[in-house]
Write a protein of this length. Sequence first.
Length: 255
Amino acid sequence: MHARRAARRSAGRRRARRLGGLVVAVVASLVLAVRALDPGSGAPTLALANSPQVALAPDGPPHLESLAGAAGGLQLDVPIRQTRITAIVYHGVGSDGSIPLVPSGHQRNAGLLTELGSMLTGGSGGSGPGYYVDSSASGSPTGSVDVGAVAGTGVYSPVDGRVVSIRPYVINGTTWGSVIEIQPTSAPALVVTMTNLDLARGIAVGAPVSAAVSRLGAVADLSKAMSQDVAKFTSDAGNHVHIEVSQAPAATPIL
């Protein structure tokens, strides 16, 4: 009697293991199939968008869509019209005091194990744009975000707030556009810094801005000034607007 019960338990465990292995195999096959249909989610050197086609898309304000979140309840919205975006790339910026961002959407170059875990836990493919994570730089891999677009594409405010600083963006003694700092209305202890853009008329320190409404300027052409990491994920020079979030001067640190 005891021998038969032990045999049945052993057979049940074997069936459970086989079933578990079958589930993992099916999920892995689904992930590979999705990768085959969406090449951008595989190797990071493949383009998210074809730049010539993106350049032909109409320019204008983006529709409201979450780009990323940060400490203090801050929400960043997409700053460029979605059809003009070539790639969204998160990367580290060393130890300059930037606050790590929490990306919205789905990571296109996530590893197979990460994708499997997300699918098994129901966390795969969150709402929001597709993005890449470039872990080659030091610091948090989501310490900043580059939103790629063809030079000249309009850049809009990612938050409601007020412009608190404007300064030239200088590379090797030459000015290549501007750096704009915005104090968000929803998180006044933080500052949103945007780099690599040619300033629009009427944007000045103290000006109020609205997310996806206020045009701050246009993507600057830095192709002759530097090698841009975004180009690893696109089929063009990798021009982009760079965004970081940091503590406002004299503000109490947000934990």
